[in-house]
Design a protein. Sequence first.
Length: 157
Amino acid sequence: MKNTLKYIGLLLLLTIIGFLIRNFFFELSLSQIANENIQVESRNMSGQFYSHITFALSIGIIPLLYLIIKKMTKLNFFNQGIMSYGIVIVCGILLWQFRVYQLNNQALKLVRFNVGSEIKIQMGYDTLNFGRYLFFGFIIGTILSILIFKNRNNTAN
C-alpha cells in the first residue's frame, strides 16, 4: 500500500510540474523552429486545453511507465532503474525533437513559396502536437527498456 501511494504521489507531483513547465516547453519548442515568419494561431480554446493536458499527463505518467518496466523485467533500482529512466526520457526527447525537425522542414518549404517578408505563415496550435510526440517517445522508450532488460535478465540467468 505504501508503494502504491508513493507512485500515485509521484504521478500527481509530476503532473503538476508538467502543468507548470508547459509554457516553457512550448516556447522552447517554437524557438527551435528557425523562421521568424511563422505565426502560431489558435481558433479555439480546446486545442490549447488538450495540449496542456497531453503534456502534463505525458510528464506525469513517467512513474507508471517505470512501474510497468519494473514489473515486467524485475529491475533493481540503482543501475538498471536509472538506465531505464534514461532510455524513456531520451526516447521522449528524441521523438519531440523529431517533431520540431518536421515542423522546421515544413516551414522551410513554405518559406520558399513566400515572395515577401510581410506575409506570415500560420500554423495551427492543434497541429503542433509537441506533447503528443513526447508521450509517444516515452512509450517507445518503455518498450525498448522492457526489451533490453528482459533479454539482459534472461541471458544472465
